[in-house]
Design a binder for this molecule. Sequence first.
Ligand SMILES: [Zn+2]
Length: 281
Amino acid sequence: MRGLAILTALVVLAGCPPADPEPAPVEETSAPATAAPTPEPTPPAPLVRTLRRVVVDAGHGGEDLGAIGVSGVQEKDITLAIARALARELAGRGIEVVQTRPEDAAVALARRAEITNASGAGLFISIHANSAETDRAHGIETYSMDVAADEAAMRLAERENREAEVVGRQANERDLDATLHELRQGVIAEESARFARALHGSLVDSLQGFYGADRISDRFHRTAPFWVLVDSEVPAVLVEVGYLSNAPEERRLRTGGYHHRAALALADAVATWVDEREPAE
Ligand SMILES: [Zn+2]
């Protein structure tokens, strides 16, 4: 639930049109009357992304406590503990880590998106813990972004329409942009889903192997519109490492052993993913 709230917030956030870039200073010169023809606008060069760099995002933080467990434990502390452990494990495997919040601090979703966009990382992993109305719900869920969801499609349409009104582009240009955009989004969504399945499989297998399949419930890989990261072209996943509203699961979630085992399994999946695509030199 919390994860979906975050995803929804990111959707809203990503639905905002980009801020106008800072205008370049105009030099006051006596330019000749016959100015050079205006060059065709060129698309921005793609940011170079490095697969061996991963953004690790600990959900919530600061005054945003996240879900509160049955014993009073706060989601923000669980996510930070696992994110830190994951960062250590990834570093040990030669993978560079960018943490959106290495400490207990409030970091706005917009700032997390900025950090990710600027990082040049090739993967984004957000760590969360779940909560439900019923105390019976338990298990692990992994989300990947997918713009095929109805809400995403609606917001895409809203945004495209708004930009078109503001910019006043020609219809055919808009169609081409939209087509390229959809193609890119489709590729990233596929990559995200593939990565989510790999990550989820590793996490569930490892934790079931240690705690028992009857205790660790596989709640599967799911999709949600993770727009802000679609635009940054980074395969993105959000892992719900368990339910804080379920007493036995919350007890496990509070232990360093669980944090460590979860981090190991996540790091193994990342390392395998990276090595398959970009073998170490
Ligand atoms: Zn959360």
